[in-house]
Design a protein around this ligand. Structure first.
Ligand SMILES: Nc1ncnc2c1ncn2[C@@H]1O[C@H](COP(=O)(O)OP(=O)(O)OP(=O)(O)O)[C@@H](O)[C@H]1O
Ligand SMILES: O=C(O)C1=C[C@@H](O)[C@@H](O)[C@H](O)C1
Length: 166
């Protein structure tokens, strides 16, 4: 089967949900952020600080292009949809699931989190980023899951039944 790529804003649950879906379907789990960290041997905040966001985005595209097209569940970085090239690649090669979560829920989840460089900025900038990105996630999604109060296991079940219908 086609690999499943989870897309969505920071904190929408891509890593948490992706690991659980992979376990349930007995597929390999991959995370583009972790792949970049393994390859570059630095964590993401350090890459942003020392090399800048532009270089990070280049690494992200290179990692994206090496992901397996079959039999994996992949959590992507929140900004993977920023480049048109990446959106095209995602829609052409994967079953893309958008975890659509409200800004308020994300704020509650990431309150006090310092591991995400683009979350460590003024509220207005984060809200703007959230609004700007939404149509880009929608553009490349095969399946949109509107997450409100569902638990992790409920979201996992929704994805698994969505996949069985394709
Ligand atoms: N459905 C859910 N209900 C409650 N909490 C959740 C749910 N999904 C994820 N979380 C929690 O939200 C936080 C962020 O989740 P996670 O790190 O998986 O998001 P992410 O989309 O991978 O973020 P990023 O793109 O920034 O790496 C975690 O603390 C996780 O436990
Ligand atoms: O939303 C973003 O642009 C990012 C999200 C994280 O997953 C990381 O990929 C990085 O912190 C950038």
């Amino acid at each position: 089967m086609k690999s499943i790529c989870l897309i969505g804003f920071m904190g929408s649950g891509k890593t948490t949900i992706g690991e659980a879906v992979a376990k349930k379907l007995d597929l390999t789990f991959l995370d583009t952020d972790s792949e970049i960290e393994k390859w570059r041997e630095f964590d993401i905040p350090t890459i942003f600080e020392t090399e800048g966001e532009g270089r990070f985005r280049e690494y992200e595209t290179q990692v994206l292009k090496k992901l397996p097209f079959q039999s994996a569940v992949i959590a992507t970085g929140g900004g993977i949809i920023e480049k048109e090239e990446n959106r095209k690649w995602l829609s052409e090669h994967f079953f893309v699931v958008y975890l659509q979560t409200s800004f308020d829920v994300i704020q509650q989840r990431l309150d006090g989190d310092e591991g995400r460089p683009l979350w460590n900025q003024e509220l207005e900038k984060k809200e703007k980023l959230y609004k700007e990105r939404k149509p880009k996630y929608i553009e490349c999604a095969d399946f949109i899951l509107n997450i409100r109060k569902q638990s992790v296991s409920e979201v996992v079940d929704q994805i698994v039944s969505g996949i069985k219908q394709i």
